[in-house]
Design a protein around this ligand. Structure first.
Ligand code: NAP
Length: 235
């Protein structure tokens, strides 16, 4: 197991849900964290010297330089990027407008790429450079009423595969996590039919991120798919 104490991470979508759980866990592990979201009150309440909160809207292409330079200014370097933020709207594909489709692609695919591109000079200097992209089971499947979100998550997985191939010889580890239902605001909006008690907890997804970060050895896991325990295996 690798020591991740003192490693420096940027976590997007950090204001609630899986991202917020990741920030708390990373701080507990002794990591330094730049946490970004549009709404940051929960993060600011954490009041931790190893935490830098940077409010940003990831649809704004100016945000990425602002986030990375704030991280370097405060912590001096950068080891880990967790691309976790996402937008999801429940509607039929045939009702989906260009602006709603573009919003999914901007937050869920373009933002991870632009953040990594901005961070690349710093990741190349790290001995622990890691990018973890939070994809979805919908990176491989298609569920009705989630068309634009599904298209964006397929695109994010495709982006992840190419990024991994283009950077692994430079020592950068790139991983995809494909969660099924996780008990957050997003699933309550998208799948109100699911029983919250049966869903994965945000911390269970964070534990997978920690596994990737702590097990940086010769055996590399590219992707982990997760289902809630009541869902059919490999369904
Ligand atoms: N929950 C599930 O069942 C599930 C399943 C599969 C995959 N996932 C994935 O897991 C990740 C985390 O999801 P979650 O369930 O924790 O969702 P969530 O509770 O809805 O959190 C989404 C986060 O994304 C941020 N975000 C959305 N639009 C943004 C924008 N324009 N600029 C900056 N930040 C933005 C939100 O922050 P602000 O609103 O403050 O900006 C929020 O912090 C996502 O990638 C999601 O697709 C979730």
């Amino acid at each position: 197991m690798n020591d991740i104490k003192g490693k420096i991470a940027i976590v997007t979508g950090a204001g609630r849900g899986i991202g917020f759980a990741a920030v708390k866990s990373f701080l507990d592990e002794g990591m330094k964290v730049l946490a970004t979201s549009r709404h940051t009150s929960a993060l600011e309440a954490l009041d931790n010297d190893n935490l830098l909160v940077v409010p940003a809207d990831l649809t704004d292409i100016e945000s990425f330089e602002k986030i990375v330079s704030a991280c370097i200014c405060r912590f001096g370097s950068l080891d880990v990027i967790i691309n976790n933020a996402a937008y999801a709207k429940k509607e039929l594909l045939t009702d989906t407008t260009a602006s709603v489709f573009d919003l999914h692609m901007a937050v869920n695919v373009r933002a991870p790429m632009l953040l990594v591109n901005e961070a690349m000079p710093h990741l190349l200097k790290s001995t622990h450079a890691t990018v973890i992209n939070i994809c979805s089971v919908l990176s491989e499947k298609g569920y009705e009423m989630q068309g634009a979100y599904t298209a964006s998550k397929h695109a994010l997985l495709g982006y992840t595969k190419v990024l991994a191939r283009e950077t692994f010889k430079q020592g950068i580890r790139v991983h995809a996590v494909l969660p099924g239902g996780v008990g957050t605001e997003m699933i309550q909006e998208m799948r109100p039919d699911l029983d919250l008690a049966e869903l994965s907890a945000p911390q269970e997804i964070v534990d997978i991120m920690l596994f990737f970060l702590k097990n940086r050895n010769h055996a590399v896991i590219d992707q982990i798919s997760v289902r809630r325990y009541t869902k059919d295996p490999w369904a």
